[in-house]
Design a protein around this ligand. Structure first.
Ligand code: PLP
Ligand code: SF4
Length: 346
């Protein structure tokens, strides 16, 4: 067994193990775990400093997950945007391929909470691959899940080779939280394998500065050294990263690890995640804390994924106002600067 497989085999899957380490009453968690599975890698578990901290909140079940009847299990309508099993086709030129139902850790706020960690972990992708082959408009394929890096190397290589053999597929993206939750999975062997399938992009998912560990730094360095441009998608989470200072530290730390912040997501309205919600107003304040105050590269798009699968829309703090042909623009220091809008009369 490789080191990462040992980590997975040693994952915390029973509330009793949480009680052992932290001496808290975990009886109320048993019902939660029966509905939404528990899995935490020893690496991620070791990052918890105290109950209720930002690491704890992301991985330890919470009874509130079961008392959230107002939200929808599938608000983005992914099921009906799925022409064949395992594929979501919402935008004309790109698709999401759900290659696995398993993750190294089950994040309590997961947008695919309804299926991740549940049922069969294997997905038959033959219909999805045929669909991509028969749909010339698709040029960008995003491997997601679940976590694509939970596939064994040979299965992943096989899948990437099959996608690469399709002439319409110009690029492949992988979405994986493994650099955060199971960094030992990013082996030199995996990186050598991935290198054969360029252009390949990877978006990972760091949510808090305490996740930026030496182990994750090594994982990201290996991927970047394999020539893979690294991006990050953060989810805005109440009590985790909904503070401008925390978010700035996270974004700067990511850049120092050669990871470019790509999106900050407003949490989707997924059933079982209501206790993580933050207002859009708060999200905009967090964004205000970035733009102009730190490297532009540390300022991703803040996006809402519209209910019903209507697409992602970027939000920016309200910083401009038209007065006839003039724009009144507010800079990062709060000054209002007038800008005359002209064109060459073309
Ligand atoms: C987010 C998403 C994409 C990719 O969007 P980009 O803005 O291109 O990163 C594609 N399909 C679905 C269904 C998505 O949710
Ligand atoms: S790694 Fe991603 S897909 Fe897996 S449980 Fe966490 S948020 Fe969901």
């Amino acid at each position: 067994m490789e080191a990462w497989q040992k980590q997975l085999a040693a994952a915390i899957t029973e509330p009793g193990e949480i009680a052992e380490r932290f001496g808290v009453d975990v009886e109320p968690l048993r019902g939660v775990v029966a509905r939404y599975p528990l899995r935490i890698t020893p690496h991620y578990f070791s990052l918890i400093e105290a109950p209720g901290d930002p690491i704890w909140r992301q991985c330890i079940p919470d009874p509130r997950e079961l008392h959230d009847d107002l939200q929808d299990p599938d608000p983005l309508n992914e099921e009906s945007l799925s022409p064949v099993p395992g594929l979501i086709h919402r935008y004309p030129d790109r698709v999401v391929l759900l290659v696995s139902n398993a993750c190294a850790m089950y994040c309590r706020f997961c947008m695919r909470k309804r299926q991740v960690g549940c049922g069969s972990q294997k997905i038959d992708l033959s219909a999805a691959l045929d669909y991509i082959a028969e749909t010339p408009a698709i040029r960008d394929v995003i491997l997601s899940g679940g976590d694509p890096f939970l596939l064994p190397d040979d299965e992943l290589a096989d899948l990437l080779a099959r996608l690469r053999s399709l002439s319409n597929v110009e690029m492949i993206r992988i979405g994986s939280r493994v650099p955060v939750t199971l960094p030992s999975r990013i082996t030199p062997r995996l990186c050598r394998l991935l290198k054969r399938f360029h252009p390949l992009y990877l978006n990972t998912h760091f949510n808090h500065p305490r996740e930026l560990t030496p182990q994750s730094t090594i994982a990201c360095r290996r991927l970047a050294d394999a020539g893979i441009p690294l991006g990050n998608q953060t989810v805005l989470l109440q009590g985790v990263n909904d503070e401008p200072g925390v978010m700035k530290k996270l974004m700067q730390g990511l850049l120092a690890m050669r990871v470019r912040p790509y999106y900050i997501h407003q949490l989707d309205l997924v059933r079982g995640t209501g206790h993580f919600r933050t207002s859009v107003r708060r999200g905009l304040e967090v964004m205000e804390g970035l733009r102009g105050h730190t490297s532009g590269l540390a300022t991703p798009y803040y996006v809402i994924d519209l209910p019903g699968g209507k697409g992602k829309v970027p939000l920016v703090p309200d910083n401009g106002e038209w007065r006839g042909n003039r724009l009144l623009l507010r800079n990062y220091q709060g000054e209002i600067i007038e800008y005359e809008d002209t064109d060459s009369g073309r």
